[in-house]
Design a binder for this molecule. Structure first.
Ligand code: DAH
Length: 345
């Protein structure tokens, strides 16, 4: 019977090849080829399963004997090789192979610190989906369809089988989490979001199509711009780890706040020739627009709040003196290792 021959040949081959394996790698290769999950033994098992029932009674013991012989040959070879390894003298003077521990990406590092600073001020950490509805990204933030403010944020629109063309998009800012949060929260509350956002941008030294933003918002009673400025100062002092941060507010327009401001910072002790000694635009902020509160089911007569949003990469660049945003999303480990927390061993 052909299968009997095959089984005998398999046994002989297993015994010879396991006995000949000279090192653990060779042993493993033979194991995979003969008794691994896709090996020769599995093929024989399939042939056995397909054999006519009247042949199986005779074939069964032959098949089992072949299996056992292969396993025994494998175990014997394994024992032989491990005994040989123990006999090897150990040279303690050999240099140890250098190991590198991974390090935390500078953006992740600052993201974790942002969450920590805000948690210490009683903020809840939240996030929302990257694929967002037009409604949350724009409409409920007081940016209706056809409003020119939409053009400020170059958008990746998505088609969706149920929601149609343009109802969904890759969120252009973490402000979308404001409008998502309001209907679910009862004031007073404070939240911070650190997340990825997407813009249909050409990539250069200061723009990327995928980056990260921090969004903070707080709703309570008797909240003023002074609370907002105090919060921003606390955040920047903690994150930039410097005592020379100067902050300036300029009136600006964002549809979801009124009044709205742009915050600039400069570092008074930085080298006067560097860009960090000059005013740098860092974030947008303001008092949450009554329309935005109303759209979220919050009574603007009873509650007020502030919101702010900033690019995380910008913050990392200031902190580490990095001139090009592409360093951070590029995969060049030589650059990233310089900024990582955690060191090479
Ligand atoms: N969402 C704005 C952007 O991506 C940033 C921003 C500005 C957020 C003002 C705010 C704000 O919360 O109050 O450009």
């Amino acid at each position: 019977m052909a299968l009997t021959d095959d089984l005998q040949q398999f046994t002989a081959e297993a015994e010879a090849r396991f006995a000949a394996a000279a090192d653990p790698a060779a042993l493993e290769a033979v194991r995979v080829a003969l008794i691994g999950s896709n090996g020769r033994e599995k093929e024989l098992a399939k042939a056995f399963a397909a054999a006519p029932p009247e042949d199986k009674r005779a074939l069964g013991p032959v098949f089992n004997a072949a299996k056992q012989a292969a396993k025994a040959a494998f175990e014997a070879a394994k024992a032989r090789l491990s005994a040989a390894a123990e006999d090897q003298p150990v040279d303690l003077s050999l240099p140890v192979a250098r190991q590198r521990a991974g390090s935390i990406h500078p953006v992740s590092q600052v993201a974790a610190e942002v969450e920590e600073v805000f948690a210490s001020m009683g903020y809840e950490v939240a996030d929302g989906p990257h694929v967002e509805l037009d409604e949350f990204n724009f409409t409920r933030l007081n940016i209706p369809a056809d409003h020119p403010a939409r053009d400020h944020q170059d958008t990746f629109w998505l088609d969706h089988p149920q929601h149609g063309r343009g109802a969904r998009l890759l969120r252009t800012h973490t402000s979308a989490v404001q409008s998502r949060s309001y209907p679910r929260l009862k004031p007073p509350f404070r939240r911070v979001v650190v997340g990825t956002v997407f813009r249909y941008e050409a990539v250069d030294a200061t723009h990327d199509n995928t980056f990260h933003q921090v969004e903070g918002f707080l709703v309570d009673q008797d909240i003023t711009v002074a609370h907002l400025v105090g919060t921003i100062r606390t955040m920047l002092t903690a994150l930039l780890k410097r005592d020379d941060i100067e902050v300036r507010l300029r009136p600006s327009f964002f549809p979801f706040v009124e009044p709205g401001f742009e915050v600039d910072v400069r570092l008074t002790k930085a080298d006067p020739a560097s860009r960090f000694a000059r005013w740098m635009e860092l974030l947008g902020c303001g008092m949450i627009h009554p329309q935005v509160l109303t759209a979220g089911g919050i009574d603007p007569e009873a509650w007020q709040g502030f919101a702010f949003g900033l690019g995380l990469e910008r913050l990392v660049m200031i902190r580490h003196g990095i001139a090009d945003i592409r360093v951070m999303n590029g995969a060049d480990l030589r650059s990233l290792r310089q900024f990582g927390a955690g060191t090479a061993l």
